[in-house]
Design a protein around this ligand. Structure first.
Ligand code: CU
Length: 281
């Protein structure tokens, strides 16, 4: 009995010191309109999924992460703002990265190599967020011609005009965004939730909430805005933001990118970064 209690205590103590997570870099395809796009994603197993998995870690404690690279090329794993702690993972290899304590908030994780950046291997880190109801939005804009270049090993022409064709939240584009269990905010009247938002694209994004003002709880790039309560928030390239939303009225409300091109799919409106918030009585 005493031995059992001791073992449980040791396990709890060890668990409070470190948490561990494993990410698999998988290859696959992502279908949008008439395009079948090459895709790289961080998933929670060796099975490819079109959405990158979110990493959940405690705040204020050391933690580490295992990355298994099932792609045929080397990748460099990074968390924005903690670039000294990331590093390369060779093709077919496994690497472990040790991270220092991080503050409560939302961060971007990504691959800093061209292939990983353009094919969508990037996601959301949720640090120390304890709201019972949590959602995340990984915002990405996509330019298929650049993706094709990197797949065939050609030079990506970074200084040509950037004209993305798709704009996604967790790899979903409207009208499919309500199918995303991590991104579709569905609540009961009176609930409070957090939404961890990361910009993994190549341009800044601005989101407009209809029906609600959200409170900015954390921001990696615009710390002066923490505490602001707004219906429109900007998420700069590479930024991670946590917002708190209180479901204070029933109904279905849109949330959409304020840039008209970003609410299209292949040029057709409505599409892209457009989702719904559904509050039931
Ligand atoms: Cu609006």
């Amino acid at each position: 009995m005493r031995v059992t209690a001791f073992i449980i205590l040791v396990v709890l103590w060890a668990g409070s010191l470190k948490s561990q997570d494993t990410l698999w870099i998988n290859t696959g395809t992502w279908n949008q309109s008439a395009d079948t796009l090459p895709a790289l994603r961080f998933n929670s197993s060796e099975n490819f999924d079109t959405s990158n998995v979110a990493i959940e870690i405690p705040d204020g404690t050391l933690w580490n992460l295992i990355v298994i690279n099932l792609d045929s090329l080397v990748h460099e794993f990074e968390i924005q703002g903690f670039e000294n702690f990331g590093g390369i993972v060779l093709a077919g290899d496994t690497a472990t990265f040790d991270y220092p304590p991080m503050n409560l908030g939302t961060y971007r994780y990504y691959t800093s190599d061209e292939r990983g950046l353009l094919l969508g291997a990037s996601g959301v880190v949720k640090c120390g967020i304890e709201t019972p109801l949590q959602f995340h939005w990984n915002l990405v804009d996509w330019m298929p011609s650049r993706m094709d270049s990197v797949v065939v090993g050609a030079n990506v022409v970074w200084d040509e005009e950037y004209i993305p064709k798709y704009f996604s939240i967790n790899s979903y584009t409207f009208p499919h965004t309500p199918l995303d269990e991590n991104g579709y905010v569905s609540l009961i009247l009176g609930d409070t939730c957090s939404i961890s938002i990361v910009n993994n694209g190549f341009m800044d994004h601005v989101l407009h909430f209809h029906g609600f003002h959200v409170e900015i709880v954390s921001s990696t790039h615009q710390t002066s805005r923490i505490g602001w309560i707004k219906d429109t928030i900007s998420i700069l390239r590479g930024e991670g933001i946590t917002v708190k939303l209180i479901a204070n009225q029933p109904g279905i409300y849109p949330v959409h990118n304020h840039n008209l091109i970003a609410v299209t799919n292949s040029g057709f409106y409505p599409g892209g970064m457009f989702t719904l918030i559904n509050i039931v009585q």
